[in-house]
Design a protein around this ligand. Structure first.
Ligand code: 5GP
Ligand code: MN
Length: 349
């Protein structure tokens, strides 16, 4: 089925639903928060629906503004409330993740939720069995861009972005902007079309950029300097590896999510084609991977870090003791994995 035909089905499901819930993945980023907020604002503003957002964890402070007024429940703080909402939901829309397990703490509750389930996502290999209707494409920048194409097909919007509530329009612009790293990657013709149409519809992009990128706390900048000078390690194989121990977060007073973006920085170096950053988190490491074209961050995440994601931006974890005996072995593990992967990659190309 084409997007248009599926959108007609979704529109009918929206009409018949009385309680609609939007959900996204653990440790939500701008695309997760933006897509949920945009869908909620549309459903409430244009369709008069009871729409609420459930996220497994809180969003980073700089992105909180997109969810203002969205009836948000953060499940890790209010699990019973999230469970009650899911039990009475008759349409569940899952955004920016391809399998329920990525919702971590609420994954089982989503699986057992009796509602009709719809997916709107841009990752490879969606678990189609878990959903009743799937909007899935990897040829878009973000879940926000895919959601935008779906919303344009809604009968009341009818390809006129100016009919979207302003809160939905700015949330869509936000998620697209953060997932493209402010137009640095994953930009398609449709991405620029969307940006152009949302601008024409009145989105104040300067204000969004100010909120997303120019609202840091000073200690975050100091942490960035420390990361670049004392933690990032550039290897001869063309990979950069970084291990950020718990003490790094304590010393700089960083909140969860405040190292967002650090992993991209080593790629600014000419011959660095892969960046791996591991953050110590409750007895294991969360791993972020970024790569330049020709090196698949995704296959490395799948192969070595129990994870996945996009070709050039992926994530996963290092488990103790499954992968390494203790935290002190993380840096050496990253060096080995990176050197082996880059060597194989160079042999293949
Ligand atoms: P980040 O480095 O920003 O945490 O994650 C980058 C991308 O990697 C995310 O957009 C997501 O697609 C993917 N990703 C991150 N963590 C995981 C994980 O644990 N499992 C899978 N399958 N994908 C992940
Ligand atoms: Mn995304």
């Amino acid at each position: 089925m084409k997007t248009r035909e599926k959108a007609i089905v979704l529109s009918a499901w929206i009409d018949s639903a009385s309680c609609i819930t939007l959900v996204s993945h653990a440790r939500p980023d701008g695309d997760a928060a933006g897509s949920c907020a945009a869908a909620a604002a549309y459903l409430r503003g244009c369709r008069g629906k009871d729409a609420a957002v459930i996220l497994p964890d809180a969003v980073p402070a700089s992105l909180g503004f997109v969810l203002d007024g969205c009836n948000l429940t953060v499940a890790c703080d209010a699990l019973a409330e999230a469970a009650a909402r899911l039990a009475s939901t008759d349409l569940l829309i899952c955004l920016d993740f391809n399998t329920m397990s990525r919702a971590e703490g609420i994954a089982e509750k989503l699986q057992s939720c009796p509602a009709r389930k719809v997916l709107v996502d841009h990752h490879e290999g969606p678990s189609t069995d878990e959903f009743d209707l799937c909007f899935s494409s990897t040829a878009v920048s973000s879940a926000c861009e895919l959601l935008y194409t779906v919303l344009l097909e809604m009968p009341d919007i009818d390809h006129d972005a100016s009919r979207l509530p302003m809160q939905a329009a700015r949330a869509l612009m936000t998620g697209m902007t953060t997932d493209t790293n402010n137009f640095a990657n994953s930009v398609y013709p449709g991405t620029l079309r969307m940006a152009s149409e949302l601008l024409a519809a009145g989105v104040d992009r300067d204000d969004l950029i100010d909120r997303i990128y120019f609202s840091e706390r000073p200690n975050r900048l100091a942490a960035q300097g420390d990361f670049l000078t004392s933690y990032m390690e550039i290897l001869p194989c063309g990979a950069a590896v970084t291990v950020l121990p718990q003490s790094f977060f304590e010393r700089h007073g960083l909140a969860d999510g405040e190292t967002e973006g650090f992993v991209n920085m080593p790629l600014a170096v000419k011959d660095v084609r892969l960046s791996i950053l591991a953050r110590e988190d409750e007895g294991r490491f969360r791993v972020s991977l970024r790569s330049k074209r020709g090196v698949s961050a995704r296959s490395l995440a799948v192969r070595c870090f129990h994870g996945g994601g996009h070709e050039q931006a992926s994530g996963g974890k290092i488990l103790i003791p499954d992968d390494i005996p203790d935290t002190s072995a993380a840096a050496e593990y990253l060096r080995e994995v990176a050197a082996r992967f880059m060597q194989e990659n160079n042999t293949v190309n």
